[in-house]
Design a protein around this ligand. Sequence first.
Ligand code: SER
Length: 348
Amino acid sequence: MAVHDSQEMVLITGASGELGQALIKELGNRNSAVIAADVRSLPPELTRYCSVVLEGERGDVTTSELGYALVEYPITRIFHLAAVLSTAAERDPVRAHQINVQGTLNILELAQAIGQRYERTVQVIFPSTIAVYGFASVHDKHQAGKVTEDNALEPRTLYGVTKLHCERLGIYYSHYYKQLSGEQSWVDFRALRFPGLISAETLPTGGTSDYAPEMLHAAARGVPYLCFVRPDTQIPFMAMPDGVRALLLLAQAERSRLSRQVYNIGAFAPTAAEIATTVAEYFPSASITFQVDTRRQAIVDSWCADVNDNAARRDWGWEPQYDYVRAFAEYLVPAIKQRYATVTTENV
Ligand code: SER
C-alpha cells in the first residue's frame, strides 16, 4: 500500500453504503489514505480514492478477521458506518443486532488496540439516528417539537435500540474501558444523530425515511411512486453533502470544545406532502400516490418531528449549507437530472 508520511490513515466501514460512498470521494480529494471496508463490493469508480479495499468476508465488521487484518495499520480515525437500517432491521432483528452491535464492539476493540500499539488516540466517528427517539403517539411527537439529545430516548425499533446502545458503548470505551484494571482508554468516540438523508447519487437500502429519496428518484426517472406514509408525516431530513460535512466537522473539532459525545444535527423537516409538491414542481410529470403501509407508518410516527441541534451549533459550529429550498434547487434537482441523463436504465 502506498501511504505517504503526511497522510492521515482513515478506515471507513460500510464504505459501499450511501454515506460511505459520498465520504470516500471527499476524503480521497483531501489526500487521506482511505481503507474502505464493506461486505458488499465498492463501486469500481471509487477504488481510485482508496489505498486499501476490503470486500466480502475481509470487509465484514462482525468477524474478527477485519481486526486481525488492520491492527498493525496506523489508523487515526474510523468512520464506522456499517449498519442495518430500520426497515431491514425489523425484518431480521438478530442479524441486525449482530451487525449493528457486535460490529460496533469489534470496531471499538480495534480502535483501542491500534491506540495501545501506537500510543495515541484513535477517533471513532459513529452515525447514530433520529430512531433513538420514540413517541407513543403522533400527538406526543408534535407536542415535543424540536427534541433535544437527552429526551424521549424510548426507541421502538431494533435499529434505534442498537444505535442507542452503541452510543453508550462508545462512551464507555472513551472513559471507562476496563476501569477496574486502570487501563488507559485510547478511543475518542463521537456520534451524530442523523435525520433521513437524501442523496442525488444513491438510494438508501432498508430505511424507513426512504420515501423522500425514493419519491425524488422515481420522478427523475419518470416512473410512478407509491408513497408508504401519510401526507402529513413529518420527520427531519438532510441533503447528503451536509451529512458528509457534519461527519468531517465533528471529526475535526477540538476535543476540549465538545460538551458531549452525541449530537443532534438538523437541516429541514418537511411533511411527505410538502416533498411530493416540491418534487412535482420540478418534475411536472411525476406521479406520486399515497398508499399507507401502517406498520412502516408507525415507525416514522414514533420518530421526532424535528431536532434541536443547538449543542452542535455551539460546540463545533454546525450549520447546514442546504435548507429545504436550496437543497432541491442547488443540489438535488440539478445533480439528479445529470445522474439520470448519463446512466442507462440497467444500472439505475
Ligand atoms: N434513515 C434511517 C432509516 O430510515 C433513519 O435514520 O432507517
